[in-house]
Design a protein around this ligand. Structure first.
Ligand SMILES: NC(=O)c1ccc[n+]([C@@H]2O[C@H](COP(=O)([O-])OP(=O)(O)OC[C@H]3O[C@@H](n4cnc5c(N)ncnc54)[C@H](O)[C@@H]3O)[C@@H](O)[C@H]2O)c1
Length: 491
C-alpha cells in the first residue's frame, strides 16, 4: 500500500497549489477560449515537420475552437506545402508570409497565439516579438539555446505580461505521469537521488547528425535540443529546481575516423550524392519517402538546406556521448547520461527514496522525423514500472497506457491547449517560461562545462528566474516508518 501522501501542511499546500494552477491555466490562456466564445486565432511560424501536429489539431481535431490564420517560414516551398495541407484538412488555406514579414503577419491576421516551431536557436526571437505584439506564444521545446536568449524571454514575459506555454509533451505520456503519481503518493518516500540514462539508437540518434541539429549554433547540441525534455521531466518529477551542473561530453562515434573504421574512405557531403552510398549503413534516402521528399528534397532549391548531410563529416560540432551530474534545491542529485549511437532507443530511470526505489524503463519504437513512423511510440511490452521497498518484495506496477505519438502524451497535451475548458490537472503538466528556462538552462550549463570543465551554477546564467508551479511532494522532514528488522541469517 502506498504511504500517506504528505503531512497536513503539505496537503494544504497541495490544495492551494491546485487552485492556483487553475487560476494559472485561466491566466495562461486568458488565451484559452471560454465555452461558447468565438474560435481562438493561431498563427504558426516554422512550417517543417513539427508544424503538422499543430496544424492538424487546429484544422481537424479542434476546428470549433481554433482557427489557423497565418503561416510563416523562411522557405516558401514548405510554406506552400502547409497551405496545401489546409486544403486537404478541409480548411481555408491561411496566407503564407516570409520570415521577414512576421510582424506584418501579426498585424494583418491578428492571432491570439503564435505557435513557434522553427529551428531551436530562433525561438527566442519569435517568442519575444509575439509577446511584444500583444499575442500569447506557444513554443516547442527547447524554449531556447543560450543563456542570453533565455534572459530575453524571461524579461519580455515580465515586461509584456503576456503568456508563454512551452510544450513539454513528454510529461503527458501516461507512464511518465504515472511515475509522477507514485512519487507524489510518497510510496518510495522523499527522493535523495536519481539515476537516469537515455539511449538514442542509430536511426533516430544518427538523424541528429544529418540535420540542422548537428550545429550547436542551431540546436544547442543534444544537451539542449534533446535533453531539455529529460531535464524538464526530472525537474517536474521531483518538483525541484536545478541548482548546479557538472558535465563532460565528447563526439567519438559520428566522426570521420569512425567512418574509416567502418570501411568507408571517409566523410562526404550528403547521402543523396554519396559515392559510397552502397557501403554505408547510415545511408539515408530522402527520395524514398514521400513526406521527406516533399518537405525537404523538393524544397532545397529555395534555401540550400540538406536534410541528409553525412553523419561522419568533420563540420559536425555537437556531442554524441554525454554525462551530467545535477544538484537540485530539494537536496536530490541526479546522475544522467545520453548516448546517441545505441542498440535500442529509450531509457532507464530510478528514483532512490527514503522508503525504497522506483524503477522505470521505456523501450521506444524506431522513429525518423518527417516520416510516418510514430514519434516516441512504445515498443510492445516496452514499459516497466517497479517499486522496491527498502525491505520486502518488489511490486510490479501495470503501466498506464494510451495510443499515439509520445505514448499518447501528445493527444492529452493538445486537449489541454485547444479545448475551451480542459480538465483540472493535479499533475500541473502545463509548463510556462519558468519551466522552459529551468530545463534548457541545465543543458546550457552542461555545454559550458564541456568547455571549461568547471561546475556551473544555474543562477549564474540568468537573473529573475522564478520557481515554476509544481505539485507538492512528500515532506523531507516527516517521520518515517522504521523498516522491519532483518535477520542476516534469512537474507
Ligand atoms: N516536442 C517534440 O517532441 C518535438 C518533436 C520534433 C520537433 N520539435 C521541435 O520543433 C521545432 C521544429 O522542428 P522540426 O522537426 O519541425 O524541424 P524542421 O527542420 O522540419 O522545420 C523547421 C522549419 O523552420 C524553418 N525555419 C528555419 N529558420 C527559420 C527562421 N529564422 N524563421 C522562420 N522559419 C525558419 C525551416 O525552413 C523549417 O521549415 C524544433 O524546435 C524542435 O525541437 C519538438
Amino acid at each position: 500500500m502506498p504511504h500517506s501522501i504528505t503531512d497536513p501542511v503539505d496537503r494544504r499546500t497541495f490544495v492551494k497549489t491546485l487552485s492556483a494552477a487553475g487560476l494559472g491555466l485561466a491566466a495562461m490562456g486568458g488565451s484559452f477560449a471560454a465555452a461558447g466564445s468565438p474560435r481562438k486565432r493561431y498563427a504558426i511560424v516554422g512550417t517543417g515537420s513539427r508544424r503538422v501536429m499543430y496544424q492538424d489539431a487546429i484544422e481537424k481535431t479542434y476546428p470549433e475552437h481554433a482557427e489557423l490564420v497565418g503561416l510563416c517560414d523562411t522557405n516558401p516551398g514548405r510554406l506552400e506545402l502547409a497551405r496545401t495541407r489546409s486544403t486537404q484538412n478541409g480548411a481555408k488555406p491561411p496566407p503564407g508570409y516570409a520570415a521577414s514579414d512576421f510582424e506584418r503577419m501579426i498585424r494583418e491576421t491578428k492571432p491570439d497565439f503564435v505557435i513557434v516551431t522553427t529551428v531551436d536557436a530562433t525561438h527566442d526571437d519569435y517568442i519575444v516579438r509575439a509577446l511584444e505584439l500583444g499575442c500569447d506564444a506557444i513554443s516547442e521545446k527547447p524554449m531556447t539555446t543560450e543563456a542570453g536568449k533565455c534572459q530575453r524571454i524571461l524579461d519580455a514575459k515580465k515586461r509584456t505580461g503576456r503568456n508563454l506555454r512551452v510544450t513539454f509533451n513528454y510529461r503527458y505520456s501516461p507512464p511518465r505521469t504515472q511515475v509522477k503519481d507514485i512519487l507524489m503518493s510518497g510510496e518510495v518516500g522523499d527522493i535523495l537521488s536519481v539515476d537516469f540514462h537515455w539511449l538514442l539508437n542509430t536511426h533516430h540518434g544518427a538523424d541528429y547528425f544529418r540535420r540542422w541539429h548537428s550545429q550547436k549554433k542551431n540546436s544547442g547540441g543534444l544537451m539542449v535540443h534533446k535533453a531539455s525534455h529529460h531535464f524538464d521531466l526530472v525537474n517536474w518529477w521531483l518538483s525541484a529546481m536545478p541548482k548546479q551542473v557538472h558535465a563532460s561530453g565528447k563526439r567519438e562515434f559520428y566522426t570521420e575516423k569512425m567512418a574509416r573504421r567502418f570501411g568507408l574512405q571517409g566523410a562526404h557531403e550528403r547521402c543523396h550524392t554519396c559515392p559510397e552510398k552502397d557501403k554505408c549503413g547510415f545511408y539515408f534516402d530522402l527520395a524514398a519517402d514521400r513526406n521527406l521528399k516533399a518537405l525537404y528534397l523538393d524544397q532545397e532549391k529555395h534555401d540550400g538546406y540538406f536534410r541528409d548531410q553525412c553523419v561522419w563529416r568533420p563540420a559536425i560540432n555537437i556531442e554524441d556521448t554525454m554525462n551530467v551530474l545535477v544538484d537540485y534545491d530539494s537536496g536530490a542529485s541526479m546522475s544522467y547520461s545520453l548516448n546517441a549511437f545505441n542498440a535500442w532507443e529509450g531509457y532507464h530511470v530510478a528514483f532512490n527514496g527514503t522508503l525504497g526505489r522506483l524503477e522505470h524503463t521505456m523501450v521506444e519504437q524506431v522513429y525518423v522525423s518527417g516520416t510516418d513512423t510514430v514519434q516516441g511510440g512504445i515498443a510492445d511490452d516496452g514499459v516497466s514500472i517497479r517499486v522496491v521497498p527498502l525491505r520486502g518484495p518488489a511490486r510490479n506496477v501495470k503501466p498506464w497506457s494510451a495510443a499515439g505519438a509520445h505514448g499518447g502524451g501528445d493527444k492529452v497535451m493538445l486537449d489541454e491547449i485547444f479545448l475551451p475548458s480542459p480538465p483540472q490537472d493535479k499533475y500541473l503538466r502545463a509548463a510556462d517560461e519558468r519551466a522552459g528556462a529551468a530545463s534548457c538552462l541545465v543543458g546550457i550549463a552542461a555545454n559550458r562545462c564541456f568547455e571549461t570543465h568547471q561546475a556551473v551554477a544555474i543562477d549564474s546564467l540568468v537573473t529573475g528566474l522564478e520557481r515554476p508551479m509544481y505539485p507538492p511532494m512528500p515532506s523531507r522532514t516527516r517521520l518515517l516508518p522504521m523498516p522491519e528488522k532483518s535477520n542476516p541469517a534469512h537474507l
